[in-house]
Design a protein around this ligand. Structure first.
Ligand code: HSE
Length: 312
């Protein structure tokens, strides 16, 4: 083993899945919120987790999203050593900004680097989905994809996995409002209808298409009018405290769009420029203080790089 390639520090960012109209297919990567992980080569084969700080999560490698994703990767390569993972979690599990996805994606990207990059990004996303399977009950790809590719992403298909990096618009900022209640992804999926009306499907896929087009043409108006969700939001918004009120506040204050981040309870506001993001953050803060529900608010730019790593 080469001394310099034995240990890596990973910044595993939070992500916003769905982006209103793109349930299970669209996502974006955040910049200012994320976990730190330290991954080290070890002589013993397999994956261990020696430390988790920040939140109470399983150290058992069979139960933690990071190690499950890492084990999926190891199944595809023959090596006579293993890896230990330390996780310093900042993203609260069940917050709707891709906590398990950050762990899963961070583990596989870090290990791939330590191995000398034998796997493609698409293969890494596929391994990371196994972490999502253990954490959310299904191998969802719309959080791990932006975490690994950065920027805006589209999951074209999951079998076989086909993912697309989309361009971004430079001045976009995201405000994340996180009411400190837990909404489990499995529960938020259980409230969704099995069938939807054809007219709603037409609206939804037109919006996905126009949202993608707006990113290529840098068209803020088209971007804003495409951030609508007529399929999922009507059901899930009931699980989120003061959703209607906070949506009204952000849109009245110039937001381009407001919706549920992933399966919630966090919501996201997308706006143009830091000044507008700061105003919206202040207005949401003022409103939420009155609700007596504990909450956090973050502003983030779009993270175009995704996971960041550093050999240590
Ligand atoms: N697309 C998934 C959902 C994301 O909305 O259920 C889960 O974080």
């Amino acid at each position: 083993m080469e001394e310099s390639n034995n240990k890596i520090e990973v910044f595993a960012p939070a992500t916003v899945a769905n982006l209103s109209c793109g349930f299970d297919v669209l996502g974006l990567c955040l910049d200012s919120v994320g976990d730190k992980m330290i991954i080290s080569k070890k002589n013993k084969k397999g994956i261990s987790i020696s430390k988790i700080k920040g939140f109470d999560l399983p150290l058992n490698p069979l139960e933690n999203a990071a190690s499950v994703a890492a084990m999926a990767l190891l199944k595809n390569i023959k090596i006579d050593y293993g890896f230990d993972i330390q996780i310093f979690k900042k993203i609260k599990p069940g917050s709707g900004i891709g906590s398990s996805a950050a762990s899963s994606a961070g583990a596989v990207v870090g290990i791939n680097k330590l191995l000398g990059n034998p796997f493609t990004k698409t293969e890494l996303i596929d391994f990371a989905r196994e972490g999502e399977r253990i954490a959310c009950g299904s191998p969802i790809a719309d959080n791990v994809t932006p975490a690994i590719l950065g920027g805006f992403t589209l999951v074209k298909s999951t079998n076989p996995l086909q993912v697309i990096s989309l361009p971004s618009i430079s001045e976009l900022h995201v405000v994340i409002l996180h009411p400190q209640i837990e909404v489990k992804t499995a529960d938020a999926r259980a409230v969704l209808p099995k069938k939807i009306l054809l007219k709603d499907a037409v609206t939804q896929w037109a919006n996905v298409g126009s949202l993608v087009s707006s990113l290529y043409t840098k068209d803020y108006d088209l971007f804003a009018s495409s951030l609508q969700d007529v399929v999922v939001e009507p059901y899930r918004s009931k699980l989120i405290p003061f959703f209607k009120e906070t949506k009204k506040i952000t849109l009245q204050n110039g937001a381009l769009g407001y919706g549920i981040s992933g399966s919630g309870p966090s919501t996201f506001t997308i706006c143009k420029g830091m000044e507008n993001a700061t105003l919206i953050k202040e207005e949401l803060h003022k409103f939420f203080m009155k609700t007596k529900i504990p909450f956090k608010i973050y502003i983030s730019k779009i993270n175009r790089k995704g996971i960041k790593t550093k050999m240590i």
